[in-house]
Ligand binder design. Structure first.
Ligand code: NAD
Length: 461
């Protein structure tokens, strides 16, 4: 059974907030309006298709195994389905369905002409040899080739997959469907194979941009208007005038390390990265950490932070070494969560001291922690808003593959920031104009857009 209860709650809550808004679906009144709202809940909380296959894979040891694989196509009212393929031993149908629906909402929020999809293959990639992973990737495309394609459904990397798998998959797609605009069949490919410059940095850059746009550009432009609102955010943001905002960043991978470097270099905002962490350790220095030097170290050391005084001394980086989870409860202004989901939960939420939390990872706060911290007045910049840089640059990669015209890295970042700014300029004034948390505002906006297009395309009657 495809469980999509989380999305149903989001859609219902968003529509409830829109019920009395006469500018939303103004052609619909009383009973017709109620019926349309009920139809919307039904449509948006159900996937269009759940495809499931058991890939037949001959292994190197001579045995043949059958590996469960999914492709869920949630909704394509805004454009072709779009979403990653995850290789993970614990993935199941319900989770893929839920993730696909969040892609529908994310693309709608940022006005990207894609729908929502997601794929999964139930394996631990570490248990397989490269040759076998190559075969599994090709088999995935063979089994699902009828439903994939540049105008139908465009996968991307996700947990357990990377540019390598996308290159393999695109290669297989090209063999099966010769002559199609194959470069746009998969995104997140290597640059030499039609991938976009800047894709690796896109999510981290977008996460930092969202934060700095709110704390600098928007704040300066709307200073007077905001001041009159007596909002807790304004107090937090203005409070740091004259001193650096202190930042802690959990996770130092693709997303977290880029956030750290952007913050370190930022010409816009007086901020200071005082702490970073990874799966092993937290580093802390109240005077700020030398991020470029740290990146030189992690690049040479399997993307892992230094774990001993000796390693820190060897590269002349000054920081205290603390336990991995200590980063979460540090006394800082801003906490970026860029590691994994569900990092802040019932057991540790009361220890959080940051007044602003930025979600670089997907769902790093449990619902309980989200509600608790929001009630405490913490400003939470949600994943759907902050970490969309990856899907935005995937869209640029798709366009570049269709046109075989490639953008420079600077052009990619310019378009990425423009796209995120467009969204922020819509949701931020709404957020400060009413009482909803930013996350709810983003959901309302996405549901509003999807509903309007569904209505105009005649899908509600
Ligand atoms: P990554 O694998 O490159 O980095 C993950 C980092 O988190 C590593 O530094 C790792 O050591 C650290 N980590 C792991 N467990 C930890 C723990 N318990 N405590 C502290 N740190 C821990 O992954 P990434 O691409 O940077 O993605 C980070 C998160 O953002 C993931 O949840 C991912 O799903 C999400 N995300 C990524 C993208 C993208 O484009 N890369 C887009 C949207 C969302």
């Amino acid at each position: 059974m495809a469980d999509i209860s989380g999305t149903k709650t989001i859609v219902e809550a968003s529509l409830n907030a829109l019920l009395d808004d006469e500018t939303f679906l103004p052609d619909l009144h009383s009973a017709t309006r109620e019926k349309a709202f009920s139809s919307l809940v039904s449509i948006l909380s159900t996937p269009n298709h759940v495809h499931k296959s058991f890939l037949r894979v001959p292994l190197e040891n001579g045995k043949v195994v059958r590996i469960p694989a999914f492709r869920v196509q949630h909704n394509n009212i805004m454009g072709p389905y779009k979403g990653g393929i995850r290789f993970h031993e614990a993935i199941n149908e319900d989770e893929v369905v839920e993730l696909s629906s969040l892609m529908t909402l994310k693309s709608a929020l940022h006005d990207i002409p894609f729908g929502g999809g997601k794929g999964g293959v139930v394996i631990n990639p570490r248990d397989y040899e490269t040759k076998e992973l190559h075969l599994i990737s090709k088999k995935y495309v063979q089994y699902f080739s009828d439903i994939l394609g540049p105008e139908k459904d465009i996968p991307a990397p996700d947990v357990g997959t990377s540019a390598r798998e996308m290159d393999w998959m695109m290669g297989e797609y090209k063999s099966i469907r010769p002559g199609m605009k194959y470069r746009s069949s998969f995104t997140g490919k290597s640059v030499v194979n039609g991938g976009s410059l800047g894709r690796r940095e896109a999510t981290g850059k977008g996460v930092y941009f969202t934060f700095r746009y709110l704390m600098h550009d928007f704040l300066n432009a709307q200073h007077q208007w905001l001041k009159e609102r007596d909002n807790i955010f304004v107090k937090t943001a203005l409070d740091h005038e004259g001193r650096s905002l202190t930042l802690a960043i959990q996770g130092f991978g693709n997303v977290g390390s880029v956030v750290a470097l952007e913050a370190y270099k930022s010409p816009h905002l007086n901020n200071k990265v005082v702490s970073v962490s990874d799966k092993n350790v937290t580093l802390y220095n109240s005077d700020g950490i030398d991020i470029p030097e740290l990146l030189k170290f992690t690049t040479r050391n399997n993307n892992e932070l230094p774990v001993s005084e000796k390693e820190l001394k060897d590269v002349d980086i000054k920081a205290d070494i603390m336990d991995r989870d200590d980063i979460l409860t540090l006394n800082v202004d801003v906490l970026f969560l860029a590691a994994l989901g569900h990092q802040v939960h019932k057991e540790n939420m009361e220890g959080i001291k940051a007044r602003v939390i930025v979600e670089g990872a997907n769902a790093p706060l449990t619902t309980e922690a989200d509600d608790f911290l929001s009630d405490q007045g913490v400003i939470i910049i949600p994943d759907i808003l902050a970490n969309a840089g990856g899907v935005i640059v995937s869209y640029l990669e798709w366009l570049q593959g269709r046109d075989t015209q490639f953008l420079s890295e600077e052009e990619v970042y310019e378009r990425l920031h423009d796209k995120m700014q467009e969204t922020l300029d819509v949701v931020l004034p709404q957020y400060f104009g009413d009482a909803f948390p930013l996350r709810k505002n983003c959901y309302i906006h996405a549901v509003m857009k999807l509903s309007t297009v569904l209505f105009r395309q005649g899908k509600l009657y």
